[in-house]
Design a protein around this ligand. Structure first.
Ligand code: NAP
Length: 249
């Protein structure tokens, strides 16, 4: 089990789905957890309470990651509350699917602003704190769609591929200061995001998965915890697919 005892971990979009599972797992591993959410306050409060019930420390922080000033304020508030910031998991994300020729400017912009610019804004603010501390680990949640693309998800694929390029560049920039930066690319994971998909699409996706089953948020959480911990101290700039064998070559 990776050891995160006493580390402060910020998870964006931790009210539901993968982010909630990451926050809960980090809490079990002994981390102090900053549970960020945008709109789902009661769900976020429940995540934080579950961590505290398990003997850990956690606090909720409302912030919309599409707003750059809110991202700076969020990082500042987490450092003020816990005294440090050791791990950031850039998880918050949305999908606004549609075929290219019918995609609105709004759907393009919303996905890029949330899934790519949001990652930039949080990482810039957290990077300053971590560079000063000469330690830290940042994990960006990309997607297999950023690796292989998908019809109807050009906005999402562009943002998630962008996250991978961003991860590699920032990993190079921050390595001399002792900060590691990696990405995780989940495949088909059972959350609210995928629950909306029609049964035909779900079955077609299952057919592409070597292990023939969908992943759980906990499957992603354990990969994230490994990358966050000192067990991965010699790993930076990587993208780890957690996809049941959907995309390997
Ligand atoms: P989800 O169940 O829809 O949850 C999304 C989370 O992101 C919620 O906690 C939501 O907070 C938060 N969020 C959305 N916009 C935000 C904003 N502007 N500011 C702050 N928080 C915001 O999604 P999920 O399936 O767990 O996905 C989590 C991440 O994994 C995303 O980056 C997604 O692209 C990626 N991913 C998912 C899958 C999959 O199969 N599910 C596969 C590959 C990658 P509120 O509820 O408070 O609004």
């Amino acid at each position: 089990m990776p050891d995160l005892k006493g580390s402060t971990v910020l998870v964006t979009g931790a009210s539901r789905g993968i982010g909630a599972a990451v926050a809960l797992h980090m809490g079990k591993l002994g981390a102090n957890v900053a549970v960020n959410y945008a709109g789902s306050e009661s769900a976020a409060l429940e995540v934080a309470q579950t961590i505290r019930d398990g003997g850990g420390d956690a606090e909720v922080f409302q912030a919309d990651i599409t707003d750059s000033a809110s991202c700076t304020a969020l990082v500042g508030a987490v450092v003020e509350r816990f005294g440090s910031l050791d791990v950031v998991v850039n998880n918050a994300g949305i999908a606004r699917d549609g075929l290219l020729v019918r995609m609105s400017d709004e759907d393009w912009d919303a996905v890029i602003r949330t899934n790519l610019t949001g990652v930039f804004s949080i990482t810039r603010a957290a990077g300053k704190v971590m560079m000063k501390a000469r330690a830290g680990s940042i994990i960006n949640i990309s997607s297999v769609i950023g690796l292989v693309g998908n019809a109807g998800q050009s906005n999402y694929a562009a943002a998630k591929a962008g996250v991978i390029g961003f991860t590699k560049s920032v990993a190079r920039e921050l390595a001399p200061r002792g900060v590691r930066v990696n990405a995780v690319a989940p495949g088909f994971i059972e959350t609210d995001m995928t629950a909306e998909l029609p049964e035909k699409v779900r079955e077609a996706a299952r057919g592409q998965i070597a292990l023939k089953s969908f992943g759980t948020p906990e499957d992603v959480a354990s990969a994230v915890a490994f990358l966050a911990s000192d067990d991965a101290r010699y790993i930076t700039g990587q993208t780890l697919a957690v996809d049941g064998g959907m995309t390997f070559v």
